[in-house]
Write a protein that binds this ligand. Structure first.
Ligand code: PRX
Length: 642
């Protein structure tokens, strides 16, 4: 957050009375006898068992839990202990005996304009059939199925089919390279990969099957690949390993009836890999019970979902935003969700606004990078369309600069749609700091912690910082949708997030400020993680990709401000002796990183250096590189190698 943004803290946007009157949170607040948010929030912390119990009771359970929170094995918390559930029971099965059976669950539009609609009953049918196929393939409760699909309805179906039979899913974003896919398959020890022949992006075919073939050629655990036909272009099918999705779904084994597996509240639901400070991605583990409660509650109150809403989260289902707020929470809440396959500005910069008008989208949830990217094309594009169906807007993934916030608010929201700037992480499962529709908003601030969530800003000793002082963003107590561990590495989980003084604070890895009104202003990451267009990348992963090139001896990657992407990747390399730096080599290295890790990781620039600034113990001082690049004061460099 820039100083300019900090000065904007006086700029406050109030919701209209009609928005306040109809909000889910208003009804809840009144039912509890409170007249303001802060009192309700205080109560939700003081009586947190009561609050989370009430929220859990909004969902169905096969067998009741006996304890709300068990913190006896801190930081390995368990929630709703003893409860029997399955997220699919709440996301699909429960709706089968109500009118929502025939309500639209998903409206999908392909980049080519094709539309596919799925009612809740349709989703149930597709998911049950695929679940039976997976069972026939030998997938069992507790297995991890890897999924590498484009943005098509079959991606949520595949996730739900795994969950239904008690298997965990590991979705690998379709923009990742074969190495990234291979490493994640290996970590999860998956026997089955669900993929597609390809996907479309800007009318180009993304060769997913080819990438999957490369990954599977060095993935000894994989026995079966289920291949969805999306593009229809020719792909290699490996006899005995690869099966077409549609062939399997036409077999008698793919019956439309499949019992949902009853699992413990703490049974793993999915693994989602995310970047941390080391080169090895973390397999974040979420479970059925607490996760369901956390995401359903936040979705209900923040996005204020109503049965007549058409909700559009423009993220990819392959990231946590998609897992929580495209797939699971909207289904649990019985919402109608719109999913769009393509890019925001293809073929024209009004594609999204056309969609909002055509489908009468009432809630739009996207990332600052998309907003900035669309803002660049000017107001005329959105102004060609009737966007009056919009009621609420959302932002996620990185700090939103006040200029983009105001454009989103005025031009897209017509000046009367509150913006839900939701701060959260793969690890938190659901929103942590977020407004609700009744919250007075300050552009660039996610406002305050959600109900039952206690956030603060502290110094390195765990002491609360003064108002407006920079510090570490922490959560002071656990919450139901918190990650449970890192797959195969419980120690890393404990050390990365809870290894602090005083013990008991969850450190998010972000720096932030708290203003005099208690509003949080997230500044950015304090660890070696870069957020590029909202995507989370580890500097170590980028550096090891660079070092894998024969010309490179050493590398350092840093994030520098970028007008659209928020942050762009800049790399500094030391070449092996005898190799000369050139523009051609710099370009080659940029392409090399993109090939190794996926197109989103392509650096803005690769520069050559004779030496990298290091501490005496040999750690690269990225902070110094960053200050040099920005022409800033180098700060404390007493530990710099002489
Ligand atoms: O730095 C914060 C930033 O994104 C990080 C989490 O990234 P990831 O696990 O990929 O999850 C992204 C989607 C939830 C955080 O540590 N971040 C996320 N939301 C915001 C944000 N920064 C500022 N404002 C936000 N609303």
């Amino acid at each position: 957050m820039t100083d300019d943004a900090r000065q904007q803290t006086q700029e406050v946007y109030y919701p209209t009375e009609s928005i306040v009157e109809q909000a889910n949170i208003t009804a809840y607040m009144r039912s509890k006898g409170f007249s303001n948010w802060d009192d309700l929030h205080r109560w939700s912390l003081d009586q947190s068992d009561t609050f989370w119990d009430e929220m859990a009771q909004r969902l169905g359970w096969y067998a009741p839990y006996t304890q709300i929170l068990d913190d006896s094995k801190k930081p390995f918390f368990t929630w709703f202990t003893g409860g029997k559930t399955n997220i699919v029971h709440n996301a699909i099965d429960r709706h089968m005996s109500t009118w929502r059976r025939n309500k639209l669950a998903f409206i999908w539009e392909g980049e080519d304009g094709t539309v596919r609609n799925f009612s809740y009953a349709d989703v149930n049918r597709e998911v049950s059939k695929l679940a039976n196929v997976l069972k026939a393939m030998g997938v069992q409760k507790g297995d991890i199925v890897s999924i590498y699909l484009p943005r098509v309805p079959e991606l949520p179906f595949a996730m739900l089919a795994c969950a239904k039979i008690g298997a965990a899913h590991s979705v690998i974003y379709g923009g990742f390279s074969h190495e990234a896919l291979r490493d994640r398959i290996a970590d999860a020890q998956s026997k089955v990969l669900i993929t597609a022949d390809g996907g479309y992006m800007r009318n180009k075919v993304i060769e997913l099957k080819k990438i999957a073939d490369d990954a599977m050629s060095s993935s000894p655990t994989i026995q079966t690949a289920i291949v969805l036909k999306r593009t229809g272009h020719a792909v290699d099918m490996h006899v005995g390993r690869d099966y077409w999705w549609h062939d399997l779904m036409a077999l008698p084994i793919a019956s439309e009836r499949c019992e949902t597996e009853v699992v413990d509240a703490e049974h793993p639901l999915f693994i989602l890999y995310t970047s941390g400070s080391t080169g090895k991605p973390k397999g974040v583990v979420h479970t059925h019970g607490g996760y369901s409660v956390g995401i359903a509650t936040t979705f209900h109150f923040t996005f204020d979902i109503k049965d007549h809403d058409i909700y559009w989260c423009a993220a990819d289902p392959g990231w946590i935003t998609g897992h929580s707020y495209i797939v699971y929470a909207p289904l649990i809440e019985g919402a109608t969700s719109f999913i769009y396959e393509g890019a925001p500005n293809y073929p024209y910069p009004n594609r999204w606004w056309q969609i909002v008008e055509r489908y009468k989208i009432s809630i739009l949830y996207t990332a600052p990078t998309a907003i900035r990217g669309l803002m660049r094309f000017g107001d005329a594009w959105p102004k060609r369309h009737d966007l009056s169906s919009l009621r609420l807007l959302g932002s996620v993934g990185e700090p939103i600069n006040p200029e983009a916030w105001r454009w989103y608010y005025d031009i897209i929201g017509g000046g009367n749609c509150p913006i839900m700037d939701t701060w959260w992480q793969t690890e938190t499962g659901g929103f942590m700091i977020t407004p609700n529709p009744t919250t007075p908003l300050k552009p660039g601030s996610g406002t305050k912690a959600f109900l039952g969530i206690e956030m603060d800003v502290v110094d390195e000793h765990g002491n609360r910082t003064a108002d407006n002082a920079d510090g570490l963003l922490v959560a002071k107590r656990p919450w139901p949708s918190i990650m449970r561990t890192i797959l195969h590495d419980a120690e890393r989980y404990a050390n990365s997030y809870w290894n602090n003084e005083p013990v008991g604070l969850y450190t998010a890895g972000d720096s932030a400020r708290r203003d005099k009104d208690g509003y949080f202003w997230v500044i950015g990451r304090i660890d070696d993680v870069i957020k590029v267009s909202g995507y989370r990348l580890g500097t170590a992963e980028i550096e090891s990709a660079l070092v894998s090139h024969p010309a490179v001896a050493e590398a350092a990657a840093i994030g520098l401000p970028h007008e659209i992407k928020g942050t762009g990747i800049h790399c500094f390399v030391i070449l092996r002796s005898g190799i000369e730096g050139s523009d051609k080599l710099s370009e080659e290295l940029r392409t090399h990183v993109a090939k190794e890790l996926g197109p989103i990781t392509k650096p803005e620039a690769v520069s050559f250096m004779a030496a990298l600034p290091k501490t005496r113990s040999g750690k690269i001082m990225r902070r110094v590189l960053k200050a040099q690049a920005l022409g800033q004061d180098l700060g404390d460099i007493s530990t710099l190698e002489g």
